[in-house]
Structure formats: structure tokens, C-alpha cells
Design a protein around this ligand. Structure first.
Ligand code: NAG
Ligand code: NAG
Ligand code: NAG
Ligand code: NAG
Ligand code: CA
Ligand code: CA
Length: 608
């Protein structure tokens, strides 16, 4: 703990004085942060009701700190009637009792800070629940709430009747307009009837949302993640949306040119960032704005703004999440190069290969590829988002229709449910994987928990978890934080990249195919040495830490071979690297302590 405090103090000191290391630009905390995504229902149940909660998260913070997590992203925990898994918020300023009390939230924030970690929370402001106070007051026409939502008279048919304003449909059910008998107008809802959309064209509502951000930042929250930002604005002209030729008048049959991805959402991102920059002036800590919208890199970077008008530092990069075992190294290299090409100056990369909306990596790629994909992600530059359980190689779990909770795929004709990747975290081999003492958990625990759990993997030096931790340690060294990145397609199914800083090289090489492959890396990256040392092998690679790997077949040597789905992290440092604390980090610490001591003696001479 002491070390953490010194680091935190030094971080503050360095950012206050603008002091940077002689060699490298000082990076802000978010630029390389390892963010761990917690789905609160599924992480840890503290009270035995079968559902994860805030106290459960507090219990497991030491585990996360030990894992090397720097930022926690907590998915919705707000008060909600839970018609859409908590994405229908009835109070944006309080947790749902299912998850705990406001005191629990405050304790959690304090406990996160004590461990030197940051907290980012989900911000679900496309709509509220119709049970939210704002909606009830809006329905009654009470100011300032009157225009917090999108109201419309509809098309008048005769004296007593009107019909919906246009052909817009909701993704969940029928028309996107629902009649309020109280207000005698229609309100717009892109999702369920119980999820009226907020009106971001109303300055009063926008200020209300800015205040909401201030409320959470004052409590210690370090950032917000805004999911599905393409839903934030709708065109004001209310023209009908085109139905695609030969398709039906349903959400999936239409082109959503007026209800999705309106350009105003970029302005809104900049407005939110301004609110967050104001807060930074108060406490000196940069806040992280993360915006999710599916799109190509050139489109998503628009959310980042520019140096005078900054926007979201993290427009969520979805591209790895969509890949399956069919994704070729050429495709992976292209994703990385697109981001390299479009990233604005001063912008940072972000990566995420799993989420609560997609099947987990080992399910999409094959369980043998778990370590390889962790190598691939963890050693890239920028922000990395890790979905809980990824460190264990957790797989999707079959969920029978009678067990489903997701609003999508709840009925039997619709096989798509996202519940399969939302099952409880697996802590040990006791009942319910140590997640809960309940008879029945909210979703079933994956039956493989007796093998794949934190406790057993911590005890096994070759487990996914220990490999993950080793990679995370390497991630925190200067070469991964600052080194240059070059990607290569070595063979049709072998992907590799190098990270180079001064005279040091890290080579990540993964075989994503189904055959054993020769890895003659020097053929395409000529500056590489003839052979390198294994820093981290995947569990299925047959290599050990410290082994030599030959990368060329010149001079009577023969290139090493890599098994299907196996991966290696290689270095050019001869001895087995000890990435824990580099000497320059130790020196920084030392200088900081001196500066700190001098600072204290100047500010408070009485103490020393
Ligand atoms: C108005 O239109 C509605 C719906 O078509 C119809 O049921 C109703 O009888 C009409 N009322 C009058 C006064 O014409
Ligand atoms: C930065 O973005 C703002 C807002 O879009 C724009 O007005 C301004 O011209 C941009 N500045 C530069 C240097 O591109
Ligand atoms: C890199 O240079 C440093 C300083 O000259 C030296 O100590 C170190 O051994 C070199 N490392 C490699 C991998 O060559
Ligand atoms: C920006 C925002 O709040 N988007 C939300 C819109 O609604 C869907 C469905 O509830 C959520 O998943 C998004 O987070
Ligand atoms: Ca609980
Ligand atoms: Ca909207």
C-alpha cells in the first residue's frame, strides 16, 4: 500500500508541477490505463440473494489491484424498474437497492481510491424510465421538466383523434411514439414504451445532465462511459424514414437516417468534456470520457474533437469485439493500422475484444486461443478494456430460454440472447463458484467453474490468469507504454507486432490458424535479431519462459515452429526479464520522494 501512496502522491506532484522525466513525455493516467469492466449483477454477491452487488465489488478490490487493474468501469447500478437490465433508470443519482445503498457506493469509491485505482461509471442518458420523477413532471407539463422529453401532438385526423407523427419505429416494439393520456401528446421512445427518450435539444435538460456529471464527479467518479451514443439525437423535421426495398416496416427493415447518428452528438461530447475539464480545475485529475458508437475509425475519431475543442478521449473501438475465428491476421493488422492512420495528434488508442454484448473471446476464437488473444491485446499501446473473467479465459454458457433475462432474445423464437456472456464470475470451486451462497443465482454459473476459477488458476503457474498477470506487468514498463508499434502479417494465419523503445524490442507473435507454422519473423522484420528469448508463452505453445526462439533460417539455423492458436511474447533482452519495477521508475520514485520532502519542508517547516 505504501508504494501505491507514494505513486499517487508523485503523480499528483508531477502533474501539478508539470515535471516530466528527462527521457519521456509524462503520460496522463488514462492514456495507458487498464480498465476492468464489471457487470455488477455478475461479479460478487455479498448477501446471498443470487445477484452481485456493490459490497461484493468492495470485497474483491484487492483481487483487482493484484491483477494490475488501474481503472474500474462499473456498468449501470442505478435505481431502475429493471425492464431493460438497468438501462431504464428511474433515479440517476442513486443505486438500485438490489445493488446496495448510497453509503455502499461511497464506501466503494473510497476503497477504490485507497488502492490507487480510478472509477468510470456508465451514463445511460438516452432515455430515462417512465417511472423517473422527471417524466412524471414532464407529462404534467411542469417546468423546467416540460420539454425534457420529446413530445409531439401527432397528425390530426379529426376533432377528437390523432395518429403518430411519423413512421419511426422502436427497436423493441411497434411505433416509437406512445400516447400519453395525461399530457394528450405522443412521446418518443427508441427502445421500450417504458424508456422515453430525453430531449438533448433542450438546454435545460442538457444542464441537468451536466449537473448529474458534476454530482458523480464530486463523489469521486473519474469518468463516464456513454453507451450507444448514436441514439442521442433525432432530426427535428420528423420526416418518415425510408423502408428498404423488399423489407417490412420494422426497425430492422428501415434506414435510420433521421433517428441515429445525428451530427449533434459530436457537439454534445465536447460539451460533456468541457464539464469534465471544469472539474479537473478543481481537483487536478483528468476525467475520462468514453463514448460508444459502432463505426469505422475515421468516423469514431470525430468524437475526439481537436486540441482546442477536445471531446471523448475514448471513442470505443469495437473492432476486435466483432472478430471471430475467421478473422485473418490481415484483418487484424488493418484494424490496428486504421486507428494509427486516423488517430488525431495527442489521441490515444483504445482496445476491447470482449463485452457484455458479444460472445466471449474463447467462445469466438476457440478456448486454445485465450492466451494468444490476451498477448495480442495487452501489449498494444493505449487504453485496454478487459471484461470481467477474461483473465480466466471464461467462456459463454448455454442459457435455456426459461433462464433468460436479456430483453433481447427472451422469447423462444429468438435465439439471440446476450446472457451467455453475462454469467457470474468464478472465484473458486465451492457452490456457485464462490459467487453467491444462494440456492439459485440470477443467471446460472458456467458448469466449468470447478476448473476455471480464480483460486485454482492463481495456484497454477501456467494458468490463463497467471499469464495475464505477467503480461500486465510487462504492459506497465516503458517499452509497452511508449514504444513504437509495427504490425506484420507473417503468414496467412500468423500475426505479429513489435514494440520498440531505444535498443529494446518486444515481439508478439500469434498463430491464429489450425496448422503448426514456422515463424521466420526476420524475413519480414529485418531488424529483428536472429533469435529472441521467450518472455511469456501461451499455455499451449510448448515453450517455457527463457527459451530461445529462432526467427531466421539463414546460416544453418531453422526457424522455430508455433502450434495452432499458440502465441509467444519474445524479447531481445538476454536474461529472463523482470518487468516489475524498472530502474528508471525506481529513480523517479526516489526523485519524487526528495521533491516531496522538500515540498513538505517548504510548506510546513514545523513538521520536519
Ligand atoms: C375520428 O377518427 C377516428 C379514427 O378514424 C374515428 O374512430 C372517429 O369516429 C372519428 N371521429 C369523428 C368525430 O369523426
Ligand atoms: C476544432 O473543432 C472546432 C469544433 O468543431 C472547430 O470549430 C475548429 O475549427 C477546430 N479547430 C481546428 C484547428 O481544426
Ligand atoms: C540497451 O542499452 C543499455 C544501456 O546502454 C544496456 O545496459 C542494455 O543492456 C541494452 N539492452 C539491450 C537489449 O541491448
Ligand atoms: C446514450 C445512451 O444512454 N444510450 C442507451 C440507449 O438505450 C439503450 C437501451 O436501453 C442502452 O443500451 C444505451 O446505453
Ligand atoms: Ca446481492
Ligand atoms: Ca434519443
Amino acid at each position: 500500500m505504501q508504494g501505491i501512496h507514494v505513486t499517487v502522491l508523485c503523480g499528483i506532484l508531477m502533474s501539478l508541477t508539470g515535471w516530466t522525466s528527462a527521457q519521456h513525455r509524462q503520460q496522463d493516467w488514462y492514456e495507458t490505463t487498464l480498465e476492468y469492466q464489471i457487470y455488477p449483477r455478475s461479479f460478487k454477491d455479498s448477501d446471498g440473494d443470487g445477484t452481485g452487488d456493490i459490497k461484493g465489488i468492495i470485497e474483491k478490490l484487492d483481487y483487482l489491484a493484484d491483477l494490475g487493474v488501474e481503472t474500474i468501469w462499473l456498468q449501470p447500478f442505478y435505481k431502475s424498474p429493471m425492464r431493460d437490465n438497468g438501462y431504464d433508470v428511474s433515479d440517476f443519482r442513486a443505486p438500485d437497492p438490489m445493488f446496495g445503498s448510497m453509503d455502499d457506493v461511497k464506501n466503494m469509491i473510497r476503497a477504490i481510491k485507497e488502492r490507487g485505482m480510478k472509477l468510470v461509471i456508465d451514463f445511460v442518458v438516452n432515455h430515462s424510465s417512465d417511472e423517473h420523477e422527471w417524466f412524471k413532471l414532464s407529462e404534467q407539463g411542469v417546468e423546467p421538466y416540460k420539454d425534457y422529453y420529446i413530445w409531439n401532438d401527432g397528425k390530426k385526423i379529426n376533432e377528437t383523434h390523432s395518429e403518430v407523427p411519423n413512421n419511426w419505429v422502436s427497436i423493441f416494439e411497434g411505433s416509437a411514439w406512445t400516447w400519453s393520456p395525461i399530457r394528450k401528446q405522443y412521446y418518443y421512445h427508441a427502445f421500450a414504451i417504458k424508456q422515453p427518450d430525453l430531449n438533448f435539444r433542450n438546454p435545460k435538460l442538457r444542464e441537468e445532465i451536466n449537473n448529474l456529471m458534476r454530482f458523480w464527479m464530486d463523489l469521486g467518479v473519474d469518468g463516464f462511459r456513454v453507451d450507444a451514443a448514436k441514439w442521442l439525437f433525432e432530426a427535428t423535421h420528423l420526416l418518415d424514414e425510408p423502408i428498404r426495398p423488399g423489407r417490412r416496416h420494422t426497425w430492422f427493415g428501415m434506414d435510420h437516417i433521421y433517428t441515429l447518428s445525428q451530427p449533434e452528438s459530436f457537439d454534445l461530447a465536447r460539451e460533456w468534456r468541457m464539464t469534465m475539464e471544469e472539474q479537473k480545475k478543481k481537483d487536478g485529475v483528468t476525467k475520462l470520457l468514453s463514448i460508444e458508437e459502432f463505426g469505422t475509425a475515421d468516423y469514431l475519431v470525430k468524437y475526439m474533437g481537436n486540441s482546442t475543442h477536445p471531446g471523448a478521449q475514448m471513442p470505443f473501438n469495437f473492432h476486435f469485439k466483432m472478430l471471430t475465428y475467421e478473422a485473418t491476421p490481415a484483418r487484424i493488422a488493418q484494424i490496428i493500422r486504421d486507428w494509427q492512420k486516423f488517430l488525431p495528434e495527442g489521441g490515444v488508442f483504445n482496445w476491447a475484444a470482449e463485452s457484455h454484448d458479444r460472445p466471449r473471446l474463447p467462445t469466438r476464437m476457440g478456448p486454445e486461443a485465450a492466451d494468444s488473444w490476451n498477448m495480442l491485446q495487452i501489449l498494444l499501446p493505449g487504453i485496454l478494456n478487459v471484461y470481467y473473467g477474461m483473465e480466466l479465459g471464461m467462456e459463454d454458457c448455454y442459457i435455456r430460454p426459461d433462464q433468460r433475462k436479456d430483453a433481447i432474445g427472451r422469447n423462444e423464437d429468438d435465439p439471440t440472447t446476450r446472457d451467455t456472456s453475462r454469467t457470474p464470475m468464478m472465484w473458486d470451486d465451492t457452490k456457485n463458484a464462490g459467487f453467491s451462497t444462494a440456492e439459485k443465482t440470477w443467471l446460472p454459473v458456467h458448469p466449468n467453474y470447478f476448473q476455471k476459477n480464480v483460486k485454482s488458476q492463481l495456484a497454477d503457474p501456467h494458468s490463463h490468469l497467471n499469464t495475464f498477470k505477467r503480461l500486465v506487468k510487462l504492459r506497465k514498463t516503458p517499452i509497452i507504454k511508449l514504444g513504437r508499434l509495427d504490425t506484420y502479417v507473417l503468414r496467412e494465419w500468423v500475426f505479429m507486432y513489435t514494440r520498440i523503445l531505444e535498443n529494446e524490442t518486444v515481439l508478439v507473435i500469434v498463430n491464429l490458424g489450425t496448422e503448426t507454422e514456422k515463424i521466420c519473423a526476420k524475413n519480414i522484420a529485418r531488424d529483428l535479431p536472429d533469435s529472441m528469448t521467450v518472455h511469456t508463452p501461451s499455455f499451449n505453445s510448448r515453450f517455457k519462459i527463457g527459451d530461445k526462439v529462432t526467427l531466421t533460417s539463414t546460416g544453418g539455423q531453422s526457424c522455430s515452429e508455433l502450434r495452432p492458436k499458440a502465441g509467444l511474447v519474445l524479447t531481445n533482452t538476454p536474461a529472463v526479464p523482470e518487468p516489475a519495477v524498472s530502474s528508471s521508475a525506481a529513480l523517479n520514485h526516489f526523485i519524487c520522494l526528495i521533491v516531496l520532502a522538500v515540498g513538505i519542508s517548504i510548506l510546513a517547516p514545523g513538521i520536519l
